[in-house]
Ligand binder design. Sequence first.
Ligand code: GCB
Length: 651
Amino acid sequence: MLRGPAAVWAALGPLLWACGLALRGGMLYPRESPSRELKELNGLWSFRADFSENRRQGFEQQWYRTPLRESGPTLDMPVPSSFNDVGQDRQLRSFVGWVWYEREATLPQRWTQDLGTRVVLRIGSAHYYAIVWVNGVHVAEHEGGHLPFEADISKLVQSGPLASCRITVAINNTLTPHTLPPGTILHQTDTSKYPKGYFVQNINFDFFNYAGLHRPVLLYTTPATYIDDITVSTSVDQDTGLVDYQIFVEGGEHFQLEVRLLDEEGKAVARGTGGRGQLQVPNAHLWWPYLMHEHPAYLYSLEVRLTAQTAAGSVSDFYTLPVGIRTVAVTEHQFLINGKPFYFHGVNKHEDADIRGKGFDWPLLVKDFNLLRWLGANAFRTSHYPYAEEVMQLCDRYGIVVIDESPGVGIVLVESYSNVSLQHHLEVMEELVRRDKNHPAVVMWSVANEPASFLKPAGYYFKTLIAHTKALDPSRPVTFVTNSNYEADLGAPYVDVICVNSYYSWYHDYGHMEVIQLQLTTQFENWYRTYQKPIIQSEYGADTIAGFHQDPPLMFSEEYQKGLLEQYHLVLDQKRKEYVVGELIWNFADFMTNQSPQRVMGNKKGIFTRQRQPKGAAFLLRERYWKLANETRYPWSAVKSQCLENSPFTL
Ligand code: GCB
């Protein structure tokens, strides 16, 4: 039986959706098609950090007006990348304030001369606050470092004889109590200890606040009347897959829409017309998670064709969206995918690597997915912010289930619960849902990680935030990840699944692995008794320096990490028979943090090093995850096709 709120949303969802309350306004991932062209602007950009005392010299001198090299010296800066670790300058590594990026782009002639072409500049991620100019004209501003934004620059590039355009992006990484994540700036005024004007950025989260143009920057085109957004929502009626679609068009009023759903062989299995409808797919191939089915991650393609009547005649726009048909539901003690119990056995990640920091990198991404599949992981959480869209696409393609988390990490100050903060958080959820709503891999939204959810305003804050997220997307459960006391947690009544982090015998009872079983059992029983909701152990782990060995185990040795994990697993194996529906190790790989006496060149709780080499715990988890996969796969037929060479998967 579906639980109370889940049942309400399951019933209400399609209704809200059909009534057109679904999210409007598009940020479709830019894809080439017969009507759309792309031009990537990755590579070397000119760069300057504004080291002036008030950090505002760039605005005072209007650095965006003329080429950046004319207003002072510049550095070469790779995009995408964080700027922090590519240089040899200690001050730039920890710089707080405005940095300036600039790049000249040459445009195909048609883009600048054909007035029926719409030219859009899209920035995958600029952390944290960004202002964008094209040829010195302000075109966009965006708050938040983990979600894309774009600007229609057609008028600018089509107004003169220029075949190129100069793109300037000013980015500020300062965090305040109202940003997501929040932070504070501490000004040190004691001149006997600190130089004049000295300040530092303080944060309440455990990863380095890398900054810069972190994801691809590109230009793309559409016709002037274009497909602005598509929303799909899927369900299943016996063997028939149902794909509800809604298409939003901008730039014109006279048009027709045709849709075709193609299977993996390219055969059309359903067709429709108009901006809204339902496609029925008899004997549908469902989208199943990795290791749960012999053909996981089945993706159809929704081909959308828009034909618009304009003064210049008839024009077409084409967009193809991958679609996975699957359902998600939550009961009192289960998480169901396609009506079958799903057990999350996976990891928490970070976007983090040597030199590039949080910069998007294909080799790193493919390596990470190969490691996930080697490990037998079927899920991860995007701790603690939305990851690149390309990551989500690979999850769809490989069947890796995602808990999609907002950048709501480190919300611990009362000020960060103000209306200003809440309003911004609501907007971020809108941007996130708009971007990721069509990914079958995304099965749950996480609105925050370890907020001070015991503070008085947290009740209203999470009630509002979670209700808003459900209204945006009634098809998925919503959670936030807690480390509060079960009795004091004011947000827990509103979540669909309890996600709880704990570090027994690490942050307390140091070295005493013998207390883990008792404390973890108590944790699960308290939460379940109080809320009767399924529980995910959303973090657990131990810092481990690769190559440190000690037996009997001592903290920081590889033996201690393995020993601690084994103690957790004993309890998880009991409770997963009852209401625990998942376990996510902290962390997939070692990652960079702020400097502190508690961190040895970053957080070392990875089961892989930062360079993606396994510690002993990776082999232990691998054995466990493949064993779990063996026990929980559906149907009980061979899943041989998924086996990597030498996998411990038994048949
Ligand atoms: C946590 C946080 C995570 C930290 C981790 C740790 O609870 O959610 O961001 O990195 O603990 O290692 O302390």
